[in-house]
Design a protein around this ligand. Structure first.
Ligand code: 13P
Length: 249
């Protein structure tokens, strides 16, 4: 059975009270289905509230949007993987486009964060994707493979199997432009092949970038997509519950 993963990245939205109300409303509109799982990435301050509200629903998982690589210490403003775990996170995004392009995160930073997440027992969701200039120059696959190789250098088969990769072309994030299912599929094939070659038997590769309830079915009809990572269209629980129930023919 094809099992889809629907991941909501709330970015810098929804504080603790809002997160509780959201998860409650979502649960009321979405019953567990064996053919899909749903992950939420609230801002760090709302991880505990979201995780507690989702606690008795094994198909719902809460993660954090970023971790610092040191486990603890004098790093004002940062959240480590073990601290996120204590708050109830079971996963973390790594190398999201906004971390790379707004906050200047480097490939080397993603490698360190990957190591910290795996060491703490969090499920890493590594985000990769090219800018419009890189796409126009024909560098899409080279950029994506460089980002994979950097973040996952030294990660072996068993650990690699716990990594989810989200392909999010930078030009498609928050712009209303999506990759076509065919274009996304071609990049996913490359990513899957790369992960296979390094010992991950069944890697999961998600697509992200302006996914909404209207275009999700067409994207998910492409078998290379194991799910979607969604920003804007995940911010209200009714819309998200609808998107999560997209039938993938
Ligand atoms: P949008 O769905 O708002 O384009 O954001 C995509 C994204 O960055 C999810 O991580």
């Amino acid at each position: 059975m094809r099992r889809l993963l629907f991941a909501a990245n709330w970015k810098m939205h929804l504080g603790p009270d809002e997160a509780r109300a959201y998860v409650k409303a979502f649960r009321a509109r979405y019953n567990r289905r064996e053919d899909r799982e749903v992950w939420f990435f609230p801002p760090a301050v709302s991880v505990e509230a979201a995780a507690q509200t989702a606690r008795d629903r094994g198909d719902l998982l809460v993660g954090t949007q970023d971790v610092y690589w040191e486990p603890k210490g004098a790093f004002t403003g940062a959240v480590s993987a073990p601290l996120a775990l204590q708050a109830g996170a079971r996963a973390t995004l790594i190398g999201h486009s906004e971390r790379r392009h707004v906050f200047g995160e480097t490939d080397e930073d993603t490698r360190r964060k990957m190591g910290a997440a795996l060491a703490a027992g969090l499920l890493p969701m590594l985000c990769v994707g090219e800018t419009l200039a890189e796409r126009d120059a024909g560098h899409t696959l080279a950029v994506v493979v460089r980002q994979l190789a950097a973040a996952l250098s030294g990660v072996d088969g068993a650990a690699l199997s716990r990594v989810v990769v989200a392909y999010e072309p930078v030009w498609a994030i928050g712009t209303g432009r999506t990759a076509t299912p065919e274009d996304a599929g071609a990049v996913h094939r490359e990513i899957r092949g790369w992960l296979h070659g390094r010992g991950a038997p069944a890697p999961r590769v998600l697509y992200g970038g302006s996914v909404n309830a209207k275009n999700a079915a067409a994207l998910l009809a492409e078998r290379e997509l194991d799910g979607v990572l969604v920003g804007g269209a995940s911010l209200d629980p009714e819309g998200w519950a609808q998107l999560v129930q997209t039938s993938a023919a």
